[in-house]
Design a protein around this ligand. Sequence first.
Ligand code: NAD
Length: 495
Amino acid sequence: MISQNAIETLRKTEIGAQGLFIDGVQVEATSGASLPVTSPIDGRPFASIADGNAADIDRAVKSARKAFEKGSWSRATPAFRKKVLTKFADLVEKHADELAVLGVRDNGTEIGMAYKAEPLSAAGTIRYYAEAIDKVYGEIAPTAENVLGLIHKEPLGVVGVIVPWNFPLMIGAWKIAPALAAGNCVVVKPPEIASLTLLRLAELASEAGLPAGVLNVVTGLGAVTGEALGLHMDVDAIAFTGSGPVGRRLLEYSARSNLKRVFLELGGKSPNIVFADAPDLKQAAVVSANGIFRNSGQVCVAGSRLLVQSAVYDRFMDELLSATMRLKVGDPLDLTSDVGAVSSAEQLDKNLGFVARATEEGARLVTGGQRMLTETGGSYMAPTIFENVMQDMQLAREEVFGPVLGVMRFETEEEAVRLANSTVYGLASAVWTANLSTAHRMVRAINAGVVHVNTYGGADITVPLGGVKQSGFGRDKSLHALEKYLELKTAWIAL
Ligand code: NAD
């Protein structure tokens, strides 16, 4: 783990103006324009990124296509790709302190979480796919004697990667690593409010020996660079994590351009269900508080709807409130902070809009609901709990993506299932019960990509992550994710 001394040194590092990363080097945006980077820690600008546009996306895609055609990566042996990617993972790990602090200055996640979830997780992901790629085989089909049916697995070509600001390195690596391992060339469009770590990641990839053009990063506004990538005629696939409205746009861009495949990891309104026979109510309350409030609730799988069985409702709410009050909201670069800053002033305003509407609609505010630490100039919000939340309220239906929890009561298992499944989302969920049969019935009944039992959050690269319904389709992580970046080709040979 990083030390406070190391953090204090790194927090003062000059970052300066960042260019785009195209064809293995930093270059200016075609327009020469840049965007300021403001830290949510204190509201002050501390760097700038190049404001890319459609011409820059085109340069990056051309560089990626040229590298793909050249074949020094796409047709290299899997053993070579493994060697380079392993070195890449080592470099990311070696620079973990630098990457973690840079990312926290950019998006405000508390350092304790960011350190593990960003550089260390990204390094682990890159290593996992590096090690996997020389264990992927084609197939021979069971055909008649006089023919040979071979099934080849080939890279898709140029893959566009678009990620959100909450964990840009971790989520970026979930897409970049399997895409590269499979032999594709990649153009990354980072989130405009947290681009710095992905730019540094591309430099480290280059240092590890990734050929020029294989990994490019174009910063800029989503509506400009993201759209240009989505509409580009020479991009074969887009791997996206972000909001539902942008996910829909990407499907439209695909339809309007070259029918590129689109993988969508979208939002959630995940139910966290506490049955009266939960093995340890106190521990369930502590984990549930962390499951919604860490990273200020800016976690796609956050357990933002809490359903508690009536028989233990009052006891559980007492435990939940005391676990919540113990969370220290503060400077995300202070190792003792449990909850850091909200990613931007705009996001904080949006969160407070949800609080106002929940109050208007009749939910009862138990704690929080307001800004904190305004004297810092940063964006901080108190962990917020509403009870008496009804199914028709905005808070029960829409994703806040902030530290706001809505609590509902239920009486029976059937009612819990009905409430759990009553949103358009289906990303994550949890069930707390000591009864094995209840747990297994709930795993089957809940319509979500992930069901936790007697825990919340936590997983590793070996298991897939993704949603059902309007939480998207396609899975990140695990060996299943590799398949997204490989195309099947049949050779039918007369003997
Ligand atoms: P967002 O959809 O606003 O932005 C995501 C990315 O899309 C950014 O890089 C942005 O620049 C880009 N973008 C914006 N407009 C675009 C356009 N017109 N065309 C192409 N790209 C465009 O989301 P956000 O606010 O950055 O992130 C929060 C959302 O991400 C939440 O809904 C959250 O649930 C979701 N998320 C999902 C997962 C998951 O694994 N399912 C993980 C993390 C976050």
